[in-house]
Design a protein around this ligand. Sequence first.
Ligand SMILES: *[C@@H]1O[C@H](CO)[C@@H](O)[C@H](O)[C@H]1NC(C)=O
Length: 263
Amino acid sequence: MLSWSTVIAAGLAVTGTQGTPVELAERATPTVYLAGDSTMAKGSGAYTGWGDYLSKYVTVPVVNKAIGGRSARSYTNEGRFAEIERLLKRDDIVVIEFGHNDGGSPNSASDNGRSDCPGTGNEVCKSGKTGETVYTFNRYVETAARMFVAKGARVIVSSQTPNNLFEGGTFNPGVPRFVGYAALAAKNVGNGASFVDHFRAVANMFLKLGSARTNALYPSDHTHTNAAGADQVAQAFVQAVSRDLNGTTPLKPYLRSPVPVVF
Ligand SMILES: *[C@@H]1O[C@H](CO)[C@@H](O)[C@H](O)[C@H]1NC(C)=O
């Protein structure tokens, strides 16, 4: 006769003596996939993204699929969300974080292939360069998220990282519109999607660090950090997850302790 714990460890569906369901054994470890731009991508020197640092702080494998220069639109058009979808297994986690390259006007004759159509719904634009139909940030992100959820994965929509908020020495509290768009995307997708305000977490960290220490993380421009900055930006994400900053996410059970405290 097997003991209950053996049965449970084997992951079999069992019913307790009271007729109440007994919790099943935890499934195999999920993999975390990261979709984003240069601020998340593997980089080097003054252009180091935060994605490769996440694995220092979580107990599950991280696959960093972020690519420099991409927006929600170009990541979609290049088939990169579709590539992640093919890799996903049930309960895997995908973090989607865009915004830095999503601004601008697709209608312009010099459309760069990255600007999304303005708005947060089903608005459409036409590329002034190629005639391509261009959709909103929300349409691209929500379409990808729904595709992942349909495969049984969980999605964390994360707001873009801030630029150097102490550029010029004084704190700039401005929040780009894509931060709110990301929150809305998670809300619109509903079940299976959650939101992390990574922008807010990093902004709060910078406030704590102050001007000199924040500026030291941006040796080259106001968007990209050095390796120390990338590590800090990853820590802010992890702390936000641990604190349920904007709701509970499926990554929380997989944080290594102690969880960093940077804001
Ligand atoms: C996320 O939560 C923090 C803390 O409550 C809040 O300051 C921030 O505005 C929230 N972000 C969004 C986009 O709602």
